[in-house]
Ligand binder design. Structure first.
Ligand code: HEC
Length: 175
């Protein structure tokens, strides 16, 4: 009698333990997974050089999505997907940006380019043929952009290859 009671108690205890083991992760998942799953990109992917000296800056996803929107509106006709339609040699991929003069693979240098773009060798301004704040009289879309828009577009340009890999600016490979 005593032994069958304790067996039943043991069985109940075992069932409760199993249930607890199942419920606990489920509860944790409900509590923590939703915000975690909403985050598509890692902090590493969202972290890019801010300045030529390599100081880093981390953006959040809202900023990158805002940057993508402005970029697609202002630059997309020529640079969709990080390529340059009319000059396949000067794309927006990290390698090409890094080898420009001055190197354009950081936020500050990209924002500077959007204000006053230069030839790839840095020798002369190309503002009269490339959209920029300096040439917003010709490129009217540039009139609506403020410093924050430029910064977010630069962030989108630098984060995209970290998210998309070679698909970003892959024109040289796929064309
Ligand atoms: C009308 C087409 C066109 C539009 C619109 C355009 N670009 Fe460009 N972009 C080019 C061309 C062509 C080049 C190559 C210039 C050269 O010969 O060095 C270029 C080069 C660049 C480079 C230099 C890339 C490197 O590897 O050095 C950056 C950065 C850039 N564009 C950013 C932008 C941004 C940001 C916008 C939107 C505000 C924009 N461009 C809009 C045509 C365009």
């Amino acid at each position: 009698m005593a032994s069958s009671f304790s067996l039943a108690a043991l069985g109940r205890a075992a069932r409760n333990a199993v249930r607890a083991l199942l419920v606990l992760p489920m509860a944790l998942l409900v509590c923590f997974a939703s915000p975690a799953m909403a985050a598509q990109w890692s902090a590493d992917q969202l972290t890019v050089p801010a300045t030529p000296d390599g100081t880093l800056v981390t953006f959040n996803e809202q900023e990158i999505k805002a940057g993508r929107k402005v970029f697609n509106l202002s630059c997309g006709e020529c640079h969709a997907g990080g390529i340059t339609k009319t000059n396949q040699h000067v794309g927006l991929d990290p390698e090409t940006l890094a080898l420009a003069t001055p190197p354009r693979d950081n936020i500050e240098a990209l924002v500077d380019y959007m204000k006053d773009p230069t030839s790839y060798d840095g020798e002369y301004s190309i503002a009269d043929v490339h959209p920029s704040l300096r040439s917003s009289d010709i490129f009217v879309k540039m009139r609506d952009l403020d410093d924050d828009d430029l910064r977010l577009m630069a962030a989108y340009i630098l984060v995209s290859p970290k998210v998309q890999g070679q698909q970003w600016g892959g024109g040289k490979i796929y064309f």
